[in-house]
Design a protein around this ligand. Structure first.
Ligand SMILES: NC(=O)c1ccc[n+]([C@@H]2O[C@H](COP(=O)([O-])OP(=O)(O)OC[C@H]3O[C@@H](n4cnc5c(N)ncnc54)[C@H](O)[C@@H]3O)[C@@H](O)[C@H]2O)c1
Length: 352
């Protein structure tokens, strides 16, 4: 495998850390640079197991700073970028939409400009991979699935900012010929997930016998993908997809939130030797999120047909692995559940 330098943005976050770990372990001849601002969601402890590997480096930098991005590209002369850095939490986007525009839209355009300036003499051998979400497609009714042809119809400030960044990536391919790929993925779960998101929050609360808040009646349906399967898909797409292409990535694992949490309660009762049914009593319904999309479902057939990718785990298996990881990594959890997270939690869920 030829030497390559790849910048992975957002590598200290949930999915980014799994992508960094995969590339560092899988490609010892590549230089992997983790570029991350370390916001509340970035945690370098996610990468403890690989931080001393010779093919890994961390750069603390902010993608909203255009000059800094240009300087890093000029200095490092990367062969490619896998761009995951983003503000990613829908609830936060409802309270602070502008931050999402700055990071997700302006930050992406800064990276596109830095890539353009650095790679202008040879776009073909340099890849810009933009990681996006299925939320750009809007909501489904009871039937149907999102395909790569589904028209964009974002409903939250988060999904609107991701949709906008996707459009910019496509525009840089069509206008300047940049070698781009985009993937739109469904909800991820797994280890190192920041505990304000549904699954890690529920695991944490069940363990500590605190109420488990669920929006509305828990009827919203999401497709869930084990994060390591997402990282494997990103690896394949980065190396094999055609320039200008888009791939949907999904788990074929549609669950209502309430069924998902009931399953989690059952697994936690078993793991913690509690009376069956006791954790489910912690479930508490809270006022629904504004503009909450009813159902997302991803058709990932193109990825399977073109590149042979399939999810490796069913939700039941992946969830058990995830619970095992959280229960045996209490230090990680305690470290994260301090500071900003606590304040945010109070703001979001108190008084309901
Ligand atoms: N979590 C999901 O289920 C999911 C599903 C589909 C797509 N995605 C997309 O995958 C990507 C990663 O999601 P995640 O859940 O791992 O997010 P995350 O919030 O866990 O991590 C985001 C990372 O980006 C970094 N970051 C934020 N602003 C930055 C800035 N200005 N400059 C540099 N770094 C910055 C943070 O420090 C953090 O490490 C996002 O682009 C998201 O839209 C997520």
């Amino acid at each position: 495998m030829a030497d390559k330098t790849i910048i992975i943005t957002g590598g200290a976050g949930f999915i980014g850390s799994h992508v960094v770990r995969r590339f560092v372990n899988q490609y010892p001849d590549y230089q992997i640079i983790n570029l991350d601002k370390l916001t509340y969601a970035g945690n370098l402890a996610n990468l403890k197991d690989i931080e001393n590997k010779p093919n890994y480096r961390f750069i603390k930098a902010d993608i909203t700073n255009s000059q800094q991005m240009l300087d890093i590209f000029t200095q490092e002369q990367p062969d490619g970028i896998i761009h995951l850095a983003a503000e990613s939490h829908v609830d936060r986007s409802i309270s602070s939409p502008l931050e999402f525009v700055l990071t997700n839209v302006v930050g992406t355009v800064n990276l596109l400009n830095a890539a353009r300036a650095t790679w202008k003499d040879n776009y073909d051998n340099h890849r810009f991979y933009h990681v996006s979400t299925d939320e750009v497609y809007g909501a489904l009714g009871k039937e149907g699935m999102f395909t790569e042809q589904t028209a964009y119809d974002p409903h939250s400030p988060y999904s609107a900012s991701k949709a906008s960044s996707d459009h910019f990536v496509r525009a840089y391919h069509d206008t300047y010929g940049l070698n781009t790929v985009i993937s739109n993925c469904s909800n991820n779960y797994g280890s190192h997930h920041f505990p304000e998101k549904l699954i890690p929050l529920a695991i944490h609360n069940i363990q500590h016998q605190k109420p488990v808040p669920i929006y509305g009646k828990g009827e919203n349906i999401r497709d869930w993908l084990f994060v390591e399967d997402h990282a494997r898909a990103i690896d394949l797409i980065y190396h094999q997809a055609a320039s200008g292409s888009t791939y949907n990535i999904g788990g074929h694992n549609e669950w209502t939130n309430i069924d998902l949490i009931r399953l989690l309660c059952k697994i936690m009762d078993e793991k913690l030797n509690r009376t069956p049914g006791s954790s489910a009593q912690l479930i508490t319904f809270v006022t629904d999120r504004a503009g909450h999309d009813l159902r997302y479902a991803i058709d990932a057939d193109k990825l399977e047909k073109d590149l042979g990718w399939k999810p490796s785990l069913r939700l039941e298996e992946g969830l058990e692995k995830t619970v095992d990881w959280y229960l045996s990594n209490q230090d990680w959890l305690n470290n994260v559940t301090s500071g900003d997270y606590q304040k945010y939690y109070e703001q979001q869920y108190s008084g309901r």
